[in-house]
Design a binder for this molecule. Sequence first.
Ligand code: NAD
Length: 366
Amino acid sequence: MPTLKFAVLAGDYIGPEVMAEALRVLGHVARQEGFALDYTEAAVGGAAIDRHGAALPESTLQTCAAADAILFGSVGGPKWEKLPPNQQPERAALLPLRKHFTLFANIRPGLLYRELADASPLKSERIPDGIDIVCIRELTGGLYFGQPKATTTLPDGDIQAVDTMVYRRSEIERITATAITAARARRKRLCSVDKANVLETSVLWRKTVTEYVAKHAPDVTLSHMYVDNAAMQLARDPNQFDVFVTENMFGDILSDEMAVICGSLGMLSSASLGAKQNSLGLPFGLYEPAGGTAPDIAGKSIANPCAQILSAALMLRYSFGLEKPAARIEAAVRAAVTSGTRTGDIAFGRPSVGTQAMADAVIARL
Ligand code: NAD
């Protein structure tokens, strides 16, 4: 019986609430499909600060390094907001995890079921069939990591801050390869988003993506779009995209715009894949909901567990190569939600259920 070895980092506020349900769904599928779960829970974020004095303790890092994937909840919240910025749970846990495991490719499905069209701020006639697109964001390069990065006082007494946007061709090639794989699993249409009319990094980005797709994926239809136009097009007609790929900061902003047009954060999953292969020869990855710790609803057992459950499905697909169970979980979530079982964030005035009952409904449809 195959055994899936992964680290579970639930984090703060609603993190542990939704993680418990995702593990329950995974356990159910594992029994049905004949695989075993071997997971180790470790502290991260504010919970780790309270227990170990650091948002990403060495013991947690070691647990992750010994695993084939990380199932992550979310970290941070008001309790730790007064800490210095570089000790904040998100910055001190997530960014080092991405860096340590070279998690360079963030895959975010932008999925809104037709039945949930009310959740989108877009007029429903613009999205009669809901939304189904994918954002691929480069995650370890660009402005967030480039050096120099500093604030200095100039000789004339003025203060200057510098961030550096830097990309190597090899970094652009590997994210393009991920985007090609995603596009091939869908409608084979890839849009590369950049700012090549202004930025040197974008000129290299566009040239590299064009050459790489021409050489390695002539079956994929490639287009290019400037990031300012992409922001408008996402709000105007999101389904014109199939898969879009972009650099770190553009992807940070566009993926959040995509999340808002797709309605509740409680439904959106994400995968961050690494350059490193796991013990199965598949990408090591970190899988997490798109939203945060939702302190406003934590402790009430009303958070939507679907994003965490769908993140677990992505883990099965990418890090364990288990496409069938992954697709079964996705279909079960869809069936549960579209047949009317809804948590408060997607209920729109209808009766709503709690976190556990939502997961029960998913399990019932497996
Ligand atoms: P948030 O995503 O936590 O919440 C925004 C809104 O969405 C809230 O109204 C919340 O109730 C709702 N929401 C989010 N997830 C939900 C779910 N599963 N079910 C139902 N409703 C849900 O964003 P925020 O309030 O800006 O941030 C709260 C904390 O989370 C902050 O400390 C922030 O730094 C942290 N955060 C962490 C991550 C991460 O760990 N990756 C990501 C984003 C924010």
